[in-house]
Design a protein around this ligand. Structure first.
Ligand code: COA
Length: 175
């Protein structure tokens, strides 16, 4: 991919771009890492991590703002991901926005910077509602989600855990 690749979103400090096969080893390692998987029910096994990476690639083939790597421009390192995945909730299939960074790159505004940039792509390619599902005690994530423009909807159980649900409508007539 080059600097002119339309799939690549570039910000001051980051690139956000679809996953490539060369990202597999990094993500398979991260999906098995306790710190990276904070606020996730459990780390994944090696097999689950491989399947999760395959899923990430598959979603990005159909959704331009699917969960995808966030790359730090200064180092070239994949430092996390941001974007959507499909989730079934309350008899509806949603596009659920998420993000996750390696611990050494948290608190730098990266999740907001990457999210805002990929959301701009979402606004160009999609019209509808986006969902965010966050543990009530995950204040950092809720700060990011509000900075991205999501608003609190309600608390509801998701896989048996009470979560805060946020929504954001993009691409509508108001935009
Ligand atoms: C959630 C996460 C992606 C945020 O990434 P980040 O790049 O650090 O986020 P930002 O720096 O853009 O913004 C974080 C905001 O939360 C605040 N914050 C950070 N840690 C916090 C904490 N422990 N308690 C309260 N607020 C906190 C920051 O001050 C900032 O808000 P501000 O801009 O108003 O000061 C990152 O912490 C992470 O990967 N966490 C583990 C995985 C996770 O929880 N993913 C989301 C699941 S829903």
């Amino acid at each position: 991919m080059t600097g002119s690749d339309p799939d690549v979103v570039t910000t001051e400090r980051l690139l956000v771009r679809p996953p490539q096969e060369t990202d597999r080893a990094r993500f398979v390692e991260l999906f098995q890492d306790d710190d990276f998987m904070a606020f996730y029910p459990a780390v994944l096994s090696a097999k689950e991590a491989e399947a999760r990476f395959d899923h990430m690639v598959a979603v990005c083939r159909t959704v331009p703002f699917g969960k995808q790597p966030v790359v730090e421009r200064a180092t070239g390192l994949v430092v996390g991901y941001t974007g959507v995945d499909y989730i079934d909730l309350e008899r509806r299939t949603w596009l659920e926005w998420g993000y996750r960074l390696v611990p050494e790159r948290r608190g730098l505004g990266y999740a907001t910077e990457a999210g805002q940039a990929l959301l701009a792509k979402a606004r160009r390619t999609y019209a509808g509602e986006l969902l965010a599902i966050i543990a009530p005690e995950n204040h950092a994530s809720q700060n990011v989600c509000r900075k991205l423009g999501f608003t609190f909807w309600k608390q509801a159980p998701v896989d048996g855990e009470l979560c805060n649900l946020y929504t954001l409508t993009v691409g509508g007539p108001a935009e």
